[in-house]
Design a protein. Structure first.
Length: 442
């Protein structure tokens, strides 16, 4: 994997009033509509646009600062802040310090501030501070401490001019290698390859032009599905056979995936399904919505060269629950190549997750997002207390609230006793709340 994020910190970006979100290899956001799941994805889309076009155009495309800033509470916040921690400069090791990037955007008067902490080969590190029309890069030895204010001793300093509302992400790759230019490029590349994958069923079912390059990445909307699958078959037989086996397992009537060339083999290609009991193959043009979405998602998961970060909204949409088992397994396998942030409303998908993969999203009374609403340690404790209730059933019912209260009251922590089942915990927790008496302390 080209890089990996370990934490996202956001202040005042849409509903993300103050969010600190640890990130693993697979991150699945669950919660009601309006809880902020989509806004987490929009943060990365915003950063990618900053790299491509710079800060001013990225803000203008979204209606300006006032449209992006948090709208809850009595007073409008005066800034938006986004912070990333992870490994993108050098290969990740247990002894490698985290890279860090922080962007602060002030609304009135318009201004921006940035700080980079970047690791380099040989133990050297850089701290780059961008403010006003100045960018200063300080070089540090392996044993020197980098503070937030840059007040400590530094080995060397380089300053460059910068436009007052441009960002270091878009302009600082011109720094020399010794002062962090290569590491800024690594972060910029990491962010620009970010994608939100969403199968456009209408476009995915259509014929594709035959590729002459020998390499094909799946498009963000799977509009080149036929061309990608043909290229995968011709260049990676093992991956092709595994993808086909997955499709056959989910679609019992399917015997094989094949291709047709309606305009000649040199011009366009379309996927066809060879199905049990039918004399002729079924063109993808005539396939069902769920079949096309399944093939598009499998193509994304078997992409040999994915971006560093892949986001998928409503991954379960249009799919039979039987498909979710395979999809979750393939997501975990593909997380060796790309980090995932996935949003879902599906209890059936959440049932198949591990506690560390689940991120619970809720909305507070002031309209702000609470993410994560429950820590991984709390999720694990609630799962133990629930006596085997699947994660999806827990989080799409009142179980988190009931079991959370029961755990705090000492009910769920008891190693044995009459209140070990979930229904008994529900009754005891409700009585505790009503009577302010906890059976665990009697």
């Amino acid at each position: 994997m080209a890089g990996r994020l370990v934490e996202l910190e956001v202040e005042n970006f849409r509903s993300l009033r103050k969010v600190s979100l640890p990130l693993g290899r697979v991150n699945v956001l669950v919660g009601p509509n309006g809880a902020g799941k989509t806004n987490v994805l929009r943060v990365f889309d915003f950063l990618a646009d900053i790299v491509r076009t710079d800060l001013g155009p990225a803000l203008e495309d979204r209606g300006g600062f006032d449209e992006l800033v948090f709208r809850g509470g009595d007073l409008r916040p005066d800034h938006i802040q986004i912070g990333l921690k992870g490994h993108w400069s050098v290969p990740e090791t247990s002894r490698c310090p985290l890279d860090m990037y922080r962007l602060k955007i002030n609304g009135s008067p318009p201004a921006r501030e940035e700080i980079f902490h970047l690791s380099r080969a040989g133990g050297w590190r850089n701290r780059i501070e961008v403010s006003g029309e100045r960018a200063a890069s300080s070089q540090y030895g392996a044993d020197e401490v980098i503070s937030d204010d840059g007040s400590e001793r530094r080995t060397a300093v380089m300053e460059v001019g910068i436009q007052p509302f441009s960002t270091g992400l878009s302009t600082l790759p011109r720094l020399s290698e010794n002062f962090g230019g290569r590491e800024v490029v690594a972060l910029a590349d990491f962010l620009t390859t970010f994608r939100v994958f969403d199968v456009d069923v209408h476009r995915a079912r259509m014929p594709s032009r035959v590729s002459r390059s020998g390499y094909e990445a799946i498009a963000d909307d799977a509009s080149n599905l036929a061309r990608f699958l043909l290229t995968l078959r011709d260049t990676d037989e093992e991956a092709w056979e595994r993808l086909q086996a997955d499709a056959i397992e989910v679609l019992p009537q399917l015997e094989a995936l094949d291709f047709d060339y309606p305009s000649g083999s040199a011009r366009s290609v379309v996927v066809v399904l060879r199905e049990r009991g039918l004399r002729d193959p079924t063109s993808l043009l005539d396939a069902s919505y769920g079949t096309i979405r399944l093939l598009g998602l499998l193509a994304m998961l078997y992409d040999p060269s994915p971006p560093a970060l892949t986001c998928v909204e409503e991954i379960d949409h249009g799919l039979h629950p039987q498909a979710l088992e395979i999809l979750v397994e393939r997501v975990r396998e593909a997380s060796d190549r790309t980090q995932f942030i996935i949003a879902t409303h599906s209890p059936a998908l959440a049932d198949r997750l591990k506690p560390e993969e689940l991120i619970v999203c809720e909305r507070a009374e002031d309209g702000s997002s609470v993410i994560p609403a429950v820590s991984t340690a709390q999720v694990e404790k609630i799962v133990r207390a629930s006596e085997g209730i699947p994660l999806g059933e827990l989080w799409f019912s009142d179980a988190p609230e009931v079991l959370g209260k029961a755990t705090m009251m000492g009910l769920a922590a008891r190693p044995s006793g009459r209140n070990r089942s979930y229904e008994q915990l529900r009754e005891d927790a409700a009585r505790c709340c009503a009577d302010h008496v906890c059976p665990a302390s009697e």
